[in-house]
Each structure stands twice: as C-alpha cells, then as structure tokens.
Design a protein around this ligand. Structure first.
Ligand code: BV8
Length: 236
C-alpha cells in the first residue's frame, strides 16, 4: 500500500510547539500578524523582528521532544516498507520532530527552522543557534545575507513536483493535525479525490475541508495517530 500523508502543526502541538489558528486564540497567527513576520516583504522591511520571531521558535524547538504521533508515523514508514509499500510523509511543519522520531523520508514543503539559507550564494546550512544580521555565511563568507530556510506566504513551497508525483501514485491520502487553511497543502485532498484515492483526516477538530474526507477521526494526535497506525497495519 502507498500512503501519502501530510502533517501540520497539530502533530507537534503536544510537543509544546505552537499551532497557528487554534480556535482558543493561542495560535501563533492569532498573536502575531503573519504578514508582518512570514512574508519576504516583511523580512526586507524589518529583518531583525523576523529573525527574533524565528529565533524564539528555534530555541523552543531545541528543547522540544517528539510525541507518540511522530513515533507512530516513523513506525508506519518502516512497516509499509516491510510490506513492499511506502509512505510519503509531507509536512507543513518546520520542526525536525518527525526525523527525531525516526522518520527517514520527510518532505518539508514549508522548509526547516534548523537550517539557514544564504540569499547571496543560495547555500543552505544547518543552523541551531540564533540567526541575525551579524552572522556570516560559511559558504561565501558574507554577513547579513542569511535568512531562515522557511517558505513564507507568497513563496513557492519546496519539492512541489515530487509531492504531486507521489500523490498521483498513492492508494490512501491522510491529513493529520492541519486546519487545511494554507494552500497548496490544503488543496491536496481535492487532488486525491479527483484521482479516486481514499481520504482520511485525523485532527483535534474538523478542519476547513473536513467534508472532503471519506474517513474522519478526531482527538489528540498522540492518541489518535498510534491507534490509526495500529488499525491500518492490522487491516493489511
Ligand atoms: C504559494 C512556514 C504559490 C513559516 C507557513 C495572497 C498572496 C500570496 C499567496 C496567497 C494569497 N492568498 C492565498 C495565498 C496562498 C497562500 C495561502 O494559502 N494563504 C492562506 C492564509 C489563505 N499560500 C502561500 O503563500 C504558499 N505559497 O501559494 O505559492 C504556489 C501555489 C501552488 C503551487 C506552487 C506555488 C506558501 C504558504 C507557506 C507559508 N508558510 N509556514 C512558519 O512556519 O513560520 S504557513 C503556516 O500555516 C504554518 O507554518 C503551517 O505550516 C501552515 C498550515 O498551518 P497548520 O499546520 O494547518 O496549522 P494550524 O494551526 O492552522 O492548524 C493546526 C490544526 O491542528 C488545527 O486544526 C487544530 O485543531 C489541530 N490540533 C491542535 N492541537 C492538536 C491538533 N490536532 C491533533 N492533536 C492535537 N494535539
């Protein structure tokens, strides 16, 4: 079986990383204006403020730990490979918790918080400490040219061709921990339905596209995801 799975901030919520649009008002985009912090124009206008926003999230990520949902998805990847199937795990998240839980093939369509991208030479480097205008690019030696290696609003998500190729070959489409409010990720379920692929949503509450899913499971990801993985593997 070939499973295409997209995760969002809800899968990392129980690891202490903020979500963006939770109805209880705790979401990152309810406290901060994404147009002032997550667009290339915002970065050009006020790089210090954008760096400070991502530095705080990077420090929080370094202290965070994967939760049972991340470990269950790593287990699913191994189990599917053992059964001549495969898992394509696409994440909207910029954290590394899927990798730290053991997932080997993760597509970070919105980039990675623990990497920095040099706008002068385009080299991407691992980056685990605060980033600002004084840091130097290890590749070209310039300072003031580094930015977080994340996709901002209005920018092209990464590996789009690979993502759609995997979606076109999938037998099952699953969205986990996402409000399905950011495109193109929120549009994947429509592509899956048009291809006749079975769809499943696992979330704390119905997402913006809930009615598009054949199967819907609601609850905490750390409980609902391991249960779903166990049931899927038992059914195979
Ligand atoms: C693009 C990285 C063209 C940075 C993010 C006007 C101008 C320009 C663009 C647009 C425009 N209007 C619309 C667009 C498109 C735009 C867009 O969709 N805007 C929205 C707001 C309408 N998209 C873009 O700009 C994208 N680029 O369109 O380029 C293109 C098009 C097609 C093909 C190629 C190119 C780029 C978007 C990427 C922006 N970067 N993140 C950063 O992280 O700082 S987006 C941001 O939202 C987050 O980072 C996150 O990745 C993303 C999605 O959010 P979710 O992960 O879903 O999180 P959210 O909080 O919303 O939901 C969490 C869910 O979990 C909730 O439902 C909650 O109930 C649940 N939950 C909570 N706790 C738990 C739980 N579930 C289970 N267990 C729990 N414990």
């Amino acid at each position: 079986m070939r499973v295409f799975l997209v995760t969002g901030a809800g899968v990392s919520a129980e690891s202490g990383l903020g979500t963006f649009r939770d109805k209880d008002g705790t979401g990152i985009w309810t406290r901060f204006d994404p147009m002032k912090l997550a667009t290339p124009e915002a970065f050009a206008r006020n790089p210090q403020e954008v760096h400070a926003f991502y530095n705080a999230r990077r420090r929080n990520l370094i202290k965070a730990k994967p939760n049972a949902a991340h470990f269950a998805l790593a287990r699913l990847e191994t189990a599917l490979a053992e059964r001549a199937g495969n898992l394509t795990l696409v994440t909207q998240n910029i954290d590394d918790l899927h990798e730290r839980a053991g997932s080997e093939r993760v597509i970070h369509m919105h980039g990675e918080l623990l990497k920095a991208h040099c706008t002068a030479c385009e080299v991407v480097n691992p980056w685990r400490t605060d980033l600002g205008l004084r840091e130097r690019c290890a590749a070209c030696g310039r300072t003031g040219t580094l930015r977080p290696h994340v996709v901002w609003f209005g920018e092209m998500p990464f590996q789009i061709g690979e993502i759609y190729a995997a979606l076109n070959e999938a037998d099952l489409f699953v969205a986990i921990g996402t409000s399905s409010s950011v495109y193109p990720a929120a549009g994947f379920v429509y592509e899956a339905r048009a291809l006749g692929i079975r769809t499943c949503e696992i979330n704390l509450e119905p997402s913006d596209n809930a009615e598009q899913f054949d199967e819907r499971r609601y609850g905490l990801a750390s409980e609902a995801v391991p249960t779903w993985v166990d049931e899927l593997l038992t059914s195979m």
